[in-house]
Design a protein around this ligand. Sequence first.
Ligand SMILES: N[C@@H](CCC(=O)N[C@@H](CS)C(=O)NCC(=O)O)C(=O)O
Length: 199
Amino acid sequence: MIKLYGHEMSGNSYKVRLFLELLSVEYEWIKVDLMKAEHKSPEYLALNSFGQVPLLIDHEVKLADAQAILVYLARKYGDEQWLPLDALPLAQVIRWLSTTAGEVRQGPENARLYHLFGTTSINIERAEQKSDYILTQLNQHLSTRTWLEFEHPTIADIAVFPYVALARDGKIDLDAYPHVLAWIDRVKQLPGYISMAGL
Ligand SMILES: N[C@@H](CCC(=O)N[C@@H](CS)C(=O)NCC(=O)O)C(=O)O
């Protein structure tokens, strides 16, 4: 059975759990207690030298990074709907995986780290500016769309969803972004959807 190493307050761990549930793929959840620095233990570093969650083990496959794991799961256990094969639609989805590791991380994810976990090394003014920037972009993008790309959800939606939907943990008010709020509600209606604290 697939093993997923993660922490319940980690949005990156959550997005992998969410996708496994949407795909109805069975897995074993293994908690790595970030608060006790278990992710920096020699045992865990031997599995993932980056010392981060999530980490997925599927038989002989060992894979870190939430976005990479979503790609793997989509191709291995999902149908083409979640991750298209053709060059342009594939690139359109990858664009959002990149955006989540870039603008979403620099914005709402960092604001959450600052306010919820007291990560004072984060420049909160910059995180707030970045949040407004990406949420404004997303709001505009979603004003004419149901999903981030195409007429159905893809791993782009699953990758971007957690830290945008958790923005209030970072004291980012989502009320100014009504199309983003409507999209969050649509993700929450997907069959198999599971939640996490803060959503
Ligand atoms: N690029 C990685 C980032 C993963 C990441 O930042 N994980 C956080 C929890 S959400 C973590 O393990 N932080 C502990 C650390 O970096 O020391 C991904 O997308 O999975």
